[in-house]
Ligand binder design. Sequence first.
Ligand code: CMP
Length: 132
Amino acid sequence: MESTLSIIKPDGVKKNIIGNILKKFEDSGLKITHIKLIQLTEKEASEFYEMHDGKPFFKDLVAFMSSGPCIPFVLMGENAILRVREIMGATDPQEAKEGTIRAQYADSIDSNIIHGSDSQDSATREISFFFG
Ligand code: CMP
């Protein structure tokens, strides 16, 4: 059993597709164990994405993630980290497989609807960031 952190980003909330996204995860058998709606400050978004500090897209990423409410949630299940990444699709929606969340809903690599932890260490850090 694993737990992983996912976030419906501000573009997903604005597009009114929260239910569609959560349904994809629930239909795959994963369980939502924590969930909330919050708006990150720029400082909080910078801290969450600190591993990308210094990269060319960092400033835009922080502005985007603090531009409106988002929904962090924890998903639990067997191989949850990998399964969530498969359901989300590739970071760049142009490379995402058909049927994945990003292929279906994302506009661009910067505005890509959903986040998912990329490793066990990230999941532990990210779950604790939002849910203590
Ligand atoms: P996410 O999985 O939330 O992690 C960091 C985010 O930075 C990523 O989704 C993208 O939305 C954004 N991003 C923009 N450009 C890039 C890039 N070249 N490589 C990785 N992530 C990028």
